[in-house]
Design a binder for this molecule. Sequence first.
Ligand SMILES: O=C(O)CCC(=O)C(=O)O
Length: 258
Amino acid sequence: MLAQLHRFFSDARPAGSRCTMDAHGIDLDAAAVGLRRHGVLRIKGLLDPGAIAAVGAAARDLYDERDARVAAGGCLTAPERQSHLRRTLALDRIVAGGRPAADLLDCPAIRALAGRHLGEPPRLDPNSYVRALIPGPHIQALPFHQDQSILQTPLLNVWIPLAECGVHAPGLEVVVTDRRDLLAMAGPPDHAVPVERARIDERLVLEMFGPGALWRPTLGPGDVLVFAGTTIHRSHVTPRMTKPRLSVELRLVSPAPH
Ligand SMILES: O=C(O)CCC(=O)C(=O)O
């Protein structure tokens, strides 16, 4: 069994196959080993596409409503203005068919995997969002960063695209490695946007890991990418991408100290 797992996750295989599992009959031990070994795991066909579509429709309604308010000269609070510019929505605002998005996307296998990763049952951190990346001059692509440098606590990022992504629509680029240290943040320390403060220099990433460690997974509705809070990642956008992408980033963390 161990030898089998070792072969499955062997670094000799391309990232796309060694970091991918099928949700059908998912083996939690193998998933936990893969996550520890590579820092990232793509799980295909894990979530109900109906739930994904419902969350997507509810998010689009909220974007439309906020854009209409802004176009009509309506006032936004400072946090609303920032999320309008960054094209994010707090996940806890999204309700579809009377059910919160976090419930619709809840999945026992992910909770169990997060529990293994964190060493205790996880809770959903309020820093969980829907994000829209719209190709064009105003795209809000994120630079290389590690979520843990921002949140200052171990976590599992459960990244859920609400449509096909990685080819015609922006995806994610992740560094596949077993290293778990936090790298120096190179962004302006007084920048208002946390991820800009947490920016990691691209040259440093390439020097440390080499281009072969970068993986740009393609995903479809129902697929999930899970990665550690220490996993280095950024938005993946190319000039040939023309379609917008909506995604959910759920952050699972340890329960708050009592
Ligand atoms: O969705 C993206 O392009 C970036 C998301 C990200 O960096 C994150 O979830 O931490």
